[in-house]
Write a protein of this length. Structure first.
Length: 398
């Protein structure tokens, strides 16, 4: 299934969901190092980062008045979706599937301004599956000497067709989803049901629509509210680092053993660097953890609302450091409590959903027991071989 998840056995809805989660894990987790690299670059070099560098962070202009492109934007817009699509295609149809997945995803990347992680997870496997069906169809029917020609042109033609289809077909769907998420959040905010906004915000964040919702709606509305009241809770609906911290801590203590070593670095980047995208792949690996993200987010929003807390401006990036910098006067301590509460709730819920690591311990015990049994069997076999050799030597002497 995946080196990051155990092989799923059995049938039924639960097994199907587990297989789907394992497939997502197989696409996302091999690329987690690239996400960490992007998170570190972003936390360090963007305009509001620790050590801003215009050429790397992509802000400001050069002497000729041309804006700096930076590397932060290209990584999240192009590199990460392409890596995901490449990996998903490889899982379906090997190297040919990987190449066509990378080609196809450019169609949806070029058509929108939103990072297309959702499109990558769809198009990579889909394009590879289509190519796989074609390869099955022509297998054994290609004349000798024409194999390379057919292989290359079939991948190119099918890849181009899927990319064009994604540009005109899938991109409008992802754009529509982004708009609907924003409208749903606006509806809940207008009704005063702020904690329920987490039901929309947290799943949207994991699909990398967080910036569209935050910058497209919450920040403008929060700015208006801040002008009138001196602060706004709307700045904290999406940027609260607590839920992500809780989920990463749960992975650190109870997640799959192959993933745990990456959690500490992700925690630093997420909580202190404010790069929330670093924990999204962990949730995509186990989609049920969306429940934990929603619970943690709703807890934080409820706490902020009850005590009338707010920020005087947007926390960018959404780190604990940025929060302290823009917290309204007198709200600092209670805001920290709210963040820690949301982290605690998401940690507990995530730990419950992952069984507090019991499954991992059980698998480790089974592996250890199997190793011990194998060692015993090897020792018995070696003993028997030595005994037979000894008997043979005795008989020869006689």
């Amino acid at each position: 299934m995946s080196e990051y998840t155990p092989t799923v056995t059995g049938t039924g809805a639960r097994a199907a969901v587990q297989r789907f989660g394992a497939f997502l894990s197989g696409m996302i987790m091999p690329n987690i190092g690239a996400f960490i690299a992007w998170g570190l670059i972003t936390a360090l070099f963007i305009e509001t980062g620790w050590t801003p560098v215009p050429q790397l962070g992509g802000f400001g202009e050069n002497a000729a008045g041309e804006p700096y492109g930076g590397i932060v934007g290209p990584i999240i817009t192009y590199l990460l979706p392409i890596l995901i699509a490449y990996t998903g295609g490889r899982m379906v149809h090997g190297q040919r599937g990987a190449v066509i997945g990378a080609v196809a995803v450019l169609g949806v990347i070029a058509a929108t301004d939103v990072p297309q992680f959702l499109g990558a997870m769809i198009l990579g496997p889909l394009a590879a599956w289509i190519l796989k069906q074609f390869d099955k169809l022509v297998d054994g029917r290609i004349k000798a000497g024409f194999e390379m020609l057919v292989n290359n042109f079939s991948l190119g033609i099918i890849g181009a067709a899927v990319a064009v289809g994604a540009f005109f077909g899938l991109a409008p769907i992802t754009t529509w989803l982004t708009d609907r998420f924003g409208e749903a959040v606006e509806f809940l905010v207008n009704l005063g049901l702020l904690p329920l906004a987490s039901i929309i915000i947290e799943p949207a964040k994991v699909l990398f629509l967080n910036n569209a919702i935050n910058q497209g709606f919450l920040t403008p509305l929060g700015t208006i509210q801040s002008v009138d009241a001196g602060k706004s809770v709307l700045f904290m609906l999406e940027s609260n680092p607590g839920p992500g911290l809780g989920i990463l801590l749960a992975f650190l203590f109870f997640g799959p053993r192959a993933v745990r070593p990456s959690a500490p670095a992700a925690i630093i980047v997420q909580f202190f660097g404010g790069i929330h995208e670093i924990y999204f792949p962990y949730v995509l690996m186990k989609p049920i953890l969306l429940v934990a993200a929603v619970a943690g987010g709703a807890t934080g929003i409820a706490w902020f609302s009850i005590f009338g807390l707010g920020l005087v401006g947007p926390a960018s990036p959404g780190s604990i450091i940025a929060y302290m910098g823009v917290a309204a006067r007198g709200d600092h301590l209670l805001i920290v409590v709210g963040i820690l509460l949301s982290a605690a709730v998401s940690f507990v819920v995530s730990s419950l959903l992952m069984g507090f690591g019991r499954k991992e311990k059980r698998e480790a015990n089974e592996e250890e027991r199997a190793a011990q049994e194998q060692a015993l069997a090897d020792a018995q076999a070696a003993s028997a071989a030595n005994k037979a050799t000894s008997k043979g030597s005795t008989a020869a002497s006689a």
